[in-house]
Ligand binder design. Sequence first.
Ligand SMILES: Cc1cc2nc3c(=O)[nH]c(=O)nc-3n(C[C@H](O)[C@H](O)[C@H](O)COP(=O)(O)OP(=O)(O)OC[C@H]3O[C@@H](n4cnc5c(N)ncnc54)[C@H](O)[C@@H]3O)c2cc1C
Length: 380
Amino acid sequence: MFDVVVIGGNLAGATAAINAAEIGASAVLVERNKEPFSQAHCGEMLIDTEAELLNLDKIGCAKNEINTIKINISSKEKTFKLKTRRIIIFDRNFVEKRLLKEAEKSGVKLMLGIHMRDFKPPHEIILDNNEIIKGKIIIDASGIACQVGRRVGLDTKLKPKSIGVCIQSRVQSNFDANIIKSWFHKPYAPFGYAWLFPLNEKIANIGLGVPGGQKLDLAKLLKSYINDMTNGKYKINSTFRACVPSAPPMNRLIKDNVLITGDAARLAHPLSGGGIRNALFSGSLAGIIAAKYSLGEISSLEPYQDTMQTKILRLGKEYNFKCKISKNEDIFLRNFGMAISTICLIHRLFPNFLERLFTKFSERDKLILESYKESPFILK
Ligand SMILES: Cc1cc2nc3c(=O)[nH]c(=O)nc-3n(C[C@H](O)[C@H](O)[C@H](O)COP(=O)(O)OP(=O)(O)OC[C@H]3O[C@@H](n4cnc5c(N)ncnc54)[C@H](O)[C@@H]3O)c2cc1C
């Protein structure tokens, strides 16, 4: 029997497995894909402080640093310039591959290209080749489907409007590599937003995400956004569709010997869909707590729930705000417009306030992990 079995080998899962193994637990990671998607299913955007745990410079990950954000709501454009912090667009595929290598180096048994077919609580994971593996603690890092959580009776159903339905292309054209653009609501992304994240002057991730349940031709909307952002001069390298939870986080992230992390726990930001930071944090924390518990160093898994509680409450409030402003078009435009104008005003009057806030949140995450484990960096 393994101390820790992790289902899902992307950000939350690999991070959990690495941390569990580094603490000294025997860990296995089951991932249905043989290797990470060559174009990561992601906009690949983070604030620089949020990326710290990944040590991007040290591991030689390609990234573009950006200080200007243009936000468009109903054709009114606001420009937001960061003073000290940077938005980064990074090569997530490189990071995903490095995470799996790091896991292997830390002693994690990797089972790639293998699908968890079923889970028999409390310990048995049944794989699609009928092999059974057993774990004292099971970590669900299976993304939006929450595969283990579903089998232990958690309410994992999402209403269509609580799913961000996305489409994104890797586009070749001429871009200003120092500007990210986003466009809220119509004409491109009703009740959602479209984005243009440049990797450099020639390549950008251009995509859009909208609440599910609307009858929309996403491919057509994306084509018109790409066309308008590039004056019709572009070439598409690749396109994918994917979903992100746009739901309130789960209230309980522990059920018996199962810990839920990342998108499986609905920890992506309900308004922006940004989930990398919380996937890395919750995955790391779950791995550490699961390992310490299975090795007898702590007497309960509850420190995971207790530590995540602040994030759960904050994401819950943000979800309620999203519901309030999404009632109809007028309310959406008025409230979203007001929220963005307020943020821009605060930034103009108190230039360092928001950037200090970003730094504070990331530093707090790092300090929490440090309180459980000496070096919180996931990639070294
Ligand atoms: C289009 C798009 C753009 C995004 N852009 C950004 C962005 O710019 N910035 C940001 O912060 N966030 C972004 N996000 C959100 C971010 O990608 C997710 O929050 C993040 O990937 C969550 O990581 P995770 O490890 O929890 O889940 P996932 O990345 O979904 O990983 C789950 C893993 O589990 C595996 N799996 C599932 N079921 C099984 C099974 N039964 N057996 C074995 N393996 C299984 C899957 O193959 C997958 O590898 C975006 C999301 C989308 C859809």
